[in-house]
Write a new protein. Structure first.
Length: 229
């Protein structure tokens, strides 16, 4: 299969998606590994969300299997523990240089989870991406978003390498929402010196966007709440 993944998708071997709770990190992670796998890239996904019972990437296990995506997950039986169990296979994802690995770090507490592996991660060809949703009140201003970025960096013990504009209102998302997020992301980038990597948009909306300075990543919606299925 010809590799048609966008250059930003293959620029590093390891990508960790972090950010404030509810910004849509899991949706971005799932779409990213699907895009990589369909382009013929040997891909792995680690679901390290140890808090949120919804929007878990493990819901798409069958699709991962069909596309040959290696998948590891934190223990579902210990999601309420103070020290949640992390999969031993995570070490393989960090060490196997043949894998293009994506880490889905759920919620703010995920930064603390990631800090356990900061020395191993720091030694890798990696990128730490802050997923930004301008429609989340806690990160809806440049000052709040920048503060969250620095706080998460401090917790992880690792610097942020990029910003992903993933602004959405679930099924109510409009073109204007995405453009608002793009404007916020650019301002936060200017304040922090962290570049904007891409802008996500549901596939139907992506074609309606005007040209942006960074790539647009068309995504499909795979993560739905139980009552929406």
């Amino acid at each position: 299969m010809e590799n048609t993944a966008a250059p930003w998708m293959t620029a590093h071997r390891l990508t960790a998606l972090v950010g404030h709770s509810g910004t849509g990190k899991t949706e971005v992670a799932v779409n990213l590994v699907f895009a990589l796998a369909r382009a013929g890239v040997k891909t792995a996904l680690a679901d390290l969300d140890v808090v949120n019972p919804y929007f878990r990437s493990r819901e798409r296990r069958d699709m991962f299997r069909q596309l040959g995506i290696r998948f590891v997950s934190s223990s579902q039986t210990l999601v309420d523990a103070d020290l949640p169990a992390l999969p031993a296979e995570l070490n393989t994802l960090l060490q196997d240089q043949s894998l293009r690995s994506v880490l889905d770090i759920g919620g703010d507490s995920g930064a603390r989870v990631l800090s356990r592996y900061r020395h191993q991660i720091a030694a890798q060809d990696r990128e730490m991406l802050f997923v930004l949703n301008a429609r989340r009140p806690q990160v809806s201003t440049p000052e709040a978003a920048a503060w969250n970025i620095r706080r998460i960096e401090d917790i992880m013990g690792l610097p942020m390498d990029g910003i992903v504009n993933n602004t959405h209102l679930c099924g109510e998302t409009t073109r204007e929402d995405i453009l608002l997020g793009a404007e916020l992301a650019e301002t936060v980038s200017y304040m922090t010196g962290i570049p904007v990597v891409c802008h996500t948009a549901e596939r139907a909306l992506a074609a309606s966007l005007p040209p942006l300075a960074e790539p647009v990543f068309p995504i499909d919606i795979y993560m739905k709440k139980p009552w929406d299925k």
